[in-house]
Design a protein. Structure first.
Length: 277
């Protein structure tokens, strides 16, 4: 019994000594703000594995900066708007480009944005006339756009307005870009006095429910983020089709490979990073 008491007294004495003399000793743990199991602290930064760095990509800043967004009308050209061109005040094959050019602006936007090649809406207009039975001077129909985009190396799909918004959303998510036909007759909450007009969608973001819109007919709408639900509501249902999706591009199948978007038009300052190739 006396032996057990002696042991207990020795243990108690040891604890007291630790409490008294151990206060000023540094702890045996890393108190740096980044201390985690397996990390090292060198006084300035924690050692993170190369794999971890590669697994965390840097966020893309302003992804819309690389999107082409030509304007079609005479007012935009007169006001000196970026993306407008002399074509806005010109007549082609008896028709005003400012009145019928939206489809060609959309196709030029897609081609110049999604490939390494570049073109203007007038380049696309002349190419369409040369390679289809399109007669010029008026709005371009769906079959002509499908053929031209296919000839230019794109896998495309013509579609009708789905019964539900979720189905349309799924179509947009699968596409690299989408050319859509809208009408204020179907919904006028965004477009007014617009019987039929082609616009282009890029960069759909499911979290925000918005897509980046290029609208050649309205410089105030052009290059803006729009709710996809507004697009869905405004799809022109009196047309045979409501949209053309671009699903992919293959350079080897591109029969055009148009090198540059030349001509008289106002290039935006942001094109410093979108140089002609």
């Amino acid at each position: 019994m006396d032996k057990q008491k002696g042991i207990l007294l020795l243990m108690a004495a040891a604890i007291v000594l630790l409490l008294v003399f151990g206060k000023n000793e540094k702890p045996d743990v890393d108190k740096s703000p980044t201390a985690v199991a397996g990390s090292e602290w060198d006084g300035g930064s924690s050692a993170v594995s190369e794999e971890a760095l590669q697994a965390e990509p840097e966020p893309t800043q302003d992804p819309e900066k690389g999107v082409y967004s030509f304007l079609q009308g005479p007012k935009s050209w007169k006001e000196g708007r970026e993306w407008s061109g002399k074509w806005g005040k010109e007549y082609y094959d008896g028709g005003s480009f400012g009145a019928f050019g939206c489809g060609f602006c959309c196709m030029a936007n897609m081609y110049s944005t999604l490939t390494e090649y570049k073109c203007t809406p007038i380049d696309m207009y002349e190419w369409t006339k040369k390679n289809t039975s399109y007669g010029g001077g008026g709005a371009v129909a769906w079959p002509f756009m499908r053929k031209i985009m296919s000839d230019n190396g794109f896998t495309v799909k013509l579609g009708e307005k789905p019964p539900t918004y979720k189905e349309f959303q799924a179509e947009v998510e699968q596409a690299q870009s989408m050319l859509v036909l809208i009408s204020s007759y179907n919904d006028d909450s965004y477009w007014q006095d617009t019987p039929g007009h082609y616009v282009t969608l890029f960069l759909y973001n499911r979290e925000t429910g918005k897509a980046f819109l290029t609208d050649s007919g309205d410089p105030e709408h052009n290059r803006s983020w729009i709710s996809l639900k507004l697009i869905y509501k405004a799809l022109k249902t009196s047309s045979d089709f409501q949209y053309l999706s671009v699903l992919s591009y293959e350079k080897d199948k591109d029969t055009w490979k148009h090198r540059s978007a030349e001509g008289t038009w106002i290039k935006p300052q942001a094109m410093d990073g979108m140089e002609e190739r």
